[in-house]
Ligand binder design. Structure first.
Ligand code: FAD
Length: 323
């Protein structure tokens, strides 16, 4: 059965986030040959439509309004509901990002629809669309099918590969005029706590530090390594609780869930709550001076040693290879 599927393009600092392109790929599978419509919301987002089309959207609908300059659940839900009303889609795909996690349940409730959140894989099997999502903090996976009504899912960043970019792809871009009613939420200021550079939840490489890093300064060698690998720095809650870094870097059950291609855990013991946030990384390297540390159970490569000796050595070697 073919479907029309809407994909929310997520914009940050004037650029589309990668998860938007991954969402288009998921929408293509969901559409089963039907139409994929990108949706862009903001106050000057028209220029980004072409990129959504190059990554596979058949056409794009934009909603521009000064009131939509910053994300608010109130403003965005008014905009999205207007597109849904105009397009009558059979599927909706958002990123499982801070924005998606906030907005999708609100829209699902408004539509009286179900929502499959945090999808890590999607396939057509036995004539059904099968969505895979982790449960029990990533210790098991469940498979879901939708038997009736709207298919609505949020997809975890870095799990579903985007389609190859096609510079020559073309598609219609239209704008929808929506009368955004007064917003109940007013954003006065956006304060960035995370370090500048690569976004932790979309990073392909993460160098994470734990209590073994011992101080705020102890994160410097990790930052160096992350820089050479064009990655982001993350942390265990142990390191955050000890005030070595900001909580925005925390990875785990009560922090961010990440799935990079390479996760380098430095001085992290591997508590179950930490593993919940990173054990689905494609390759895990653990550096710990305790050979019995639990982190080695999930690591593909383990280095037993002092991180303050091992990390600078790795940085040097990668620098020779990459810079
Ligand atoms: P530790 O367990 O103290 O481990 C430090 C490690 O560093 C040790 O293995 C040690 O051998 C090694 N080490 C020390 N010096 C060096 C050195 N020089 N070189 C190499 N290795 C060295 N934790 C999270 O991370 N994320 C979460 O989201 C999270 N959520 C939680 C939710 C709840 C409800 C609870 C109860 C706990 C949660 N925790 C979470 C905390 C978790 O249980 C652990 O306490 C925490 O992950 C431990 O952090 P750590 O591995 O950095 O510290």
């Amino acid at each position: 059965m073919t479907r029309k599927v809407l994909v929310l393009g997520e914009v940050r600092d004037g650029s589309l986030r990668n998860v938007s392109f991954e969402a288009i790929a998921a929408a293509k599978t969901t559409a089963e040959g039907g139409e994929v419509v990108g949706v862009l919301i903001g106050n000057s987002v028209n220029a980004l439509s072409g990129e959504l089309i190059q990554f596979g959207a058949d056409r794009v609908v934009t909603i521009e309004d000064e009131k939509l300059k910053q994300y608010t659940p109130d403003g965005y839900s008014q905009a999205i509901m207007a597109v849904i009303d105009a397009e009558k889609p059979e599927g909706l795909i958002f990123g499982h990002t801070a924005l998606g996690k906030d907005l999708a349940p609100k829209i699902a409730a408004k539509l009286n629809s179900g929502l499959i959140s945090d999808v890590t894989a999607l396939e057509v099997a036995g004539g059904n669309l099968v969505f895979t999502r982790p449960i029990y903090s990533g210790k098991a996976f469940e498979k879901k099918i939708v038997t009736d009504g709207l298919i609505f899912a949020t997809i975890r960043p870095n799990n579903i590969s985007p389609l190859e970019k096609g510079e020559s792809r073309t598609g219609e871009v239209s704008s929808l005029s929506v009368d955004i009613k007064d917003l109940r939420t007013i954003i006065k200021e956006v304060v960035r706590k995370a370090s500048e550079g690569v976004d932790l939840s979309e990073a392909k490489v993460i160098v994470a530090g734990g209590r073994g890093v011992k101080s705020e300064e102890g994160f410097s060698p990790l930052q160096e390594l992350a820089k050479v690998l064009n990655g982001a720095v993350g942390a265990s809650r142990g390191a955050c609780d000890a005030d070595y870094c900001d909580y925005s870097l925390q990875i785990g059950q009560t922090g961010k869930v990440v799935t990079p291609d390479l996760y380098i855990a430095c001085g992290i013991s591997g508590a179950i709550q930490h593993l919940a946030g990173m054990s689905n990384s494609k390759v895990i390297v653990a550096i710990n001076k305790d050979p019995e540390a639990n982190i080695f159970k999930v690591a593909d490569y383990g280095i037993v040693g002092d991180l303050f000796e091992v990390v600078p050595m790795l940085t040097e070697e990668f620098r020779k290879l990459l810079v």
